[in-house]
Design a protein around this ligand. Sequence first.
Ligand code: TMP
Ligand code: ASP
Length: 249
Amino acid sequence: MEKLEKLYEGKAKQLFATDDPEVLWVEYKNSATAGDGEKKEDFAGKGRLNNRITTLVFDLLAKRGIPSHLVKRVGDTAQLVRKMDMFPLEIVLRNTAAGHFCSRLGVEEGIDFDEPVLEYFMKNDELHDPFVNDDDLVVLHVCTRQDLAEIAPLAKRINEALIDIFAKIDVKLVDFKIEMGRTSDGTLLLGDEITPDSCRLWDQRDHSGKVEHLDKDLFRRDLGDIIPAYEEIERRLSELAASEGIAID
Ligand code: TMP
Ligand code: ASP
């Protein structure tokens, strides 16, 4: 597959066209950002780790009956994905109170919910990715009711599968952000990435009593180096994938 012109550059990835109109080439960058890009730093090896982690998570989800846009990983920092018409939405699932849920609602971090919380945010850095509800999305023609009737149950199924995957590697899935789109034949699919940039992952192997973050909160909150944490997630997911018979190169 040939990598052609650059189509888009985001904060953590670049997207390129390929010689197949249905397939895009994604390059994972080493940069980490927080606060809508206000805080930014490069971490050697982050692009390679997130490329591997996303691939492992998407393979583990596929094994659980949840397909994604991933075609295959094609290099250290590169993967091929199916071209989709993306909903400009950050779809957030929360199992435990953390982050903006706590700052917005005055709740203590770490409280487990009785049921998952689904939230939508419009992807718009200038407006700081505003929180929106179903009615907002429908009147703004971002999605139809029918889209939302498909997106919400798929997001919940992904949450169930991810809870299972991370529990198997002794990690608590606190919350995460996903993105979805439709392929040219109209199929709704999970897109973008699932990495420690986009999830809150709390280590359950640490018995010190304090939260051991294995995610980008290390960077957001100046708690330490992200690379050893991302390496740990990559190592544990590789072991799990191998134990499930998933081929990893
Ligand atoms: P929040 O508590 O900051 O709203 O974040 C919820 C989850 O979504 C958390 O796992 C981090 C992830 N996230 C992103 O992937 N991108 C973002 O821009 C934000 C704000 C959160
Ligand atoms: N994605 C957001 C940014 O780049 C930050 C975050 O994940 O908290 O600024």
